[in-house]
Ligand binder design. Structure first.
Ligand code: FES
Ligand code: FES
Length: 132
């Protein structure tokens, strides 16, 4: 299978690999698994007071396409408002990376991870407000 240069670049030099403090109330953590292959992706966001994603980190235990998808996802969401990040579709990732059909579920993992991180962030903020 021929992978695009962008996939190879992100898979070999992934951006924003790492971990943010999951107990920080401004951090949202998304952890998702791909039923198709058993791979796991963790994506975290740190959100500023005005709702901008100021940092994003990921760790992916999966194939090169999953690593490339999550690497690209963190690049895209950094500096975006939470609502903008939420509207990123896996098809955007597929188009940017030129993923072959068999690897589309790897990009779904990245979309799901973004949504899951945002949901976690919102739940934490709601809990914080309720406690105030
Ligand atoms: Fe699991 Fe590729 S086989 S991500
Ligand atoms: Fe399953 Fe890539 S995430 S093959």
């Amino acid at each position: 299978m021929a992978y695009s240069d962008k996939v190879i670049d992100h898979a070999e030099n992934p951006r924003n690999v790492g971990t943010l403090d999951k107990d920080d109330p401004t951090v949202g953590t998304g952890l998702v698994g791909a039923p198709a292959c058993g791979d796991v992706m963790r994506l975290q966001i740190k959100v500023s007071d005005d709702g901008v994603i100021e940092d994003a980190k990921f760790k992916t235990f999966g194939c090169g396409s999953a690593i490339a998808s999550s690497s690209l996802a963190t690049e895209w969401i950094k500096g975006k408002k939470v609502e903008e990040a939420e509207s990123i579709k896996n098809s955007d990732i597929v188009n940017e990376l030129n993923l072959p059909p068999v690897k589309i579920h790897c990009s779904v993992l990245a979309e799901d991870a973004i949504k899951s991180a945002i949901a976690d962030y919102r739940a934490k903020q709601a809990a914080k407000r309720a406690a105030e």
